[in-house]
Design a protein around this ligand. Structure first.
Ligand code: NAP
Length: 310
């Protein structure tokens, strides 16, 4: 007979790792499946100044690696694989992976997170990795003493623009409105930083260059004026989209593809929970992802107690 886990957690970012910690501490037989690297999007940020207690030398990677170790020490089993299909129709849920492996569990916690949205300008894909980037901690070093741009006005764009000034000569933030969406404290830091310049009310229409990025074509949305900015790199931070394709038709989602849950992280399918950035929610942070994971695992445990009594 196939092994039946108490819970399978899909996704190894802060939501999944926290769910793992809570599930394993409750002595649930727990499997966590991650397709790429543990830690999720948090690993792409250098400074986590708003995670309580992370004061010195706390990067996204170091924090999430500690979360992974902690979950492992409490007994979570980890598998590196990509989920290809799921069947949530029965009391026992099935997860099929791309390598053909199938896993079964009494409960599922979906914590697959989100991926960066594209900027949508001409030549973006062609110059990806050749000047166009979506991860400052991964690529900042390539742009030491060079001029770069950041697209976006949210927390990601401004956090990473500030980080990029440690490497680049100048960082020009190109934002489509005349006000930033980022937290006020980040805005204040950015406005004070002499290396950061702003181009307001503007969008990037094209990345110039054949083999490597040489500049950006920028259009002012108010005046219609088109100009060129010479840069060696551009970092795109225009929001994120949920990684939920494989769950379409299996659990309730909104139009964007975020999974809809109640406050207890329950989806519309009994025994299936969702946690972190994959959920429809207003505040996407490491702390809210971790909290979601804890709630999901606790409720998965309650669900098993109520539905699988021996
Ligand atoms: P976001 O908050 O959705 O902001 C996206 C930014 O990109 C907005 O300024 C938006 O402009 C702009 N934008 C969207 N589509 C665009 C397009 N096609 N062309 C040009 N600009 C476009 O996304 P985020 O900054 O990645 O943050 C995602 C979530 O993670 C948020 O909940 C955020 O709070 C959280 N986060 C938090 C931290 C932190 O606390 N340190 C760090 C990173 C992320 P408009 O403003 O005009 O809409």
């Amino acid at each position: 007979m196939a092994h039946i886990y108490d819970t399978i957690i899909i996704g190894g970012g802060p939501a999944g790792l926290s769910a793992g910690l809570y599930a394993a501490r409750s002595r649930m037989d727990t499997l966590l499946i991650e397709r790429a690297k543990f830690g999720g999007q948090a690993t792409t940020t250098d400074e986590l100044e708003n995670y309580p207690g992370s004061i010195e030398d706390c990067t996204g990677s170091s924090l999430t690696e500690r979360m992974r170790k902690q979950a492992e020490e409490f007994g979570v089993s980890f598998v590196k694989n990509e989920v290809a299909d799921v069947d949530f129709s029965g009391k026992i849920k099935t997860v099929k992976c791309k390598n053909g492996e199938t896993y079964e569990a009494k409960t599922i916690i979906i914590a697959t997170g989100a991926y960066p949205r594209l900027g949508g300008f001409k030549n973006e894909i062609e110059l990806r990795g050749r000047g166009v980037s979506y991860c400052a901690t991964c690529d900042a070093d390539f742009f030491t003493d060079l001029d770069i741009a950041v697209i976006g006005g949210g927390d990601s764009a401004i956090t990473e623009a500030i980080y990029l000034t440690k490497f680049a000569e100048t960082v020009t933030v190109i934002h489509r409105r005349d006000q930033l969406r980022a937290a006020k404290s980040l805005q204040e830091k950015a406005f004070k930083n002499p290396k950061i310049k702003f181009i307001w009310n503007s969008v990037v229409e094209e990345a110039k260059g054949d083999e490597i990025l040489e500049g950006l074509v920028i259009k002012n949305r108010e005046t219609g004026e088109v100009s060129e900015l010479e840069v060696n790199g551009v970092f795109v931070f225009v929001g994120y989209l949920p990684i939920s394709e494989v769950f379409k038709g299996k659990v309730k989602m909104n139009d964007r593809g975020d999974i809809v849950t109640d406050e207890e992280m329950r989806t519309d399918v009994e025994g299936v929970f969702a946690a972190g950035d994959i959920r429809e929610k207003s505040l996407r942070q490491v702390i809210t992802a971790a909290a979601d994971g804890a709630i999901a695992a606790t409720n998965a445990e309650h669900y098993i107690e109520n539905n699988f009594a021996e």
